[in-house]
Design a binder for this molecule. Sequence first.
Ligand SMILES: *Cc1c(COP(=O)(O)O)cnc(C)c1O
Length: 382
Amino acid sequence: MDYTRLLKKRLLTPGPTPIPKESELAVMMDLPYHRSESFNSVMMNCAELLKVFFGTKSAPLFLSSSGTGAMEAAVLNLTNPEDKVLVISGGKFGERWAELTNCYGCQVQTLQCPWGTIVQPEQLKTVMEEQGPFKAVFFQAVETSTGVYFPVKEFAEIIRKHSEALVIVDALTSLQAHEMQMDEWGLDCVVSASQKGFGVPPGLSFIALSDRAKESFSQRPRYYFNLETEIQTQAEGQSAWTPPVSLMIALESSLKIFHGIGLSQLYKAHADLSHAVRLSLQAMGFHLFVSQDFAYSLTSFQAPEGVDSKELKTRLSKNYQMDISGGQGVMKGKLLRISHMGFIDPFDVFSALGALDLVLKDLGYESHVGKGVEEFIKNFPL
Ligand SMILES: *Cc1c(COP(=O)(O)O)cnc(C)c1O
């Protein structure tokens, strides 16, 4: 008998991530007119509920795009051609900042670290002292292609101490899992998006700006992604263009759930779950790709000697309806990434570890079967 038809689909990729029932239903509601008062209050409420995730007093802006759109809006609105900028890069998304700033004609300098590690604060300090001044410094909070967390607060401190450079942070997969205090830490621009743990489908991105950022808008011509226009219109719960109405309603629903849990509880849950996942994967014979500075939103790991990562991922999906991600860029085919952010709960992860066990057994790698689940129970984050 073919049991696969009876299985639930489980999504453990670092974007898109699962959507809670309440928010799924919200997507299906009758569409309000986006210039109506009732919808304007949804927009404003979303901004209010989202502020605390950024740790900022001013309302984050909403854009109709995936996360890269918000990254592009940051570069387009906050730099000028020929500006000298610094990109801190430790993976695929760091490379994206470098590509974007290059594309818009900035003079890009890259401070690079090997994939799976972070740039050390002292390295950043040296570059800031010896090679500045920079108009802006770009980096990730969590580098999703490798699963590390960069010390955002410490980086910002160093950058602000040594220069007037704008501090621009991609927090796509960190906002739900790691504390962010944009105002207090002196960040100027932070971007994120709906499908990374916010329990909303892809297509809606967020961008928050400091007062300093708002005073240094670009001289470039801008049209769709003109943040100056958005600041004015969104202050009234409007948006310059038609917003993704259904996604906004879903976001309001998801944010209410998060607020019900409380942010400190949410961060703790992510930290605990990621801790249990790391111990379990190691007990199963997997190698963790990262040895410190772990992201709490996802874990990247490598298959034991003799096990093909791609085959493992394919079997997990085909035989057990469970999707995790592989490597990106230079790590394509060599890495596995499991997400535990947003609405993924310990029982989803428990199932994933069980399924990984079954696949290892299918592949004839039996010596560690059951060890991961055993370890997870010992460290069960509930
Ligand atoms: C997902 C992600 C992005 C944006 O990707 P989109 O596919 O455009 O949403 C950017 N940075 C990081 C760190 C991400 O994880």
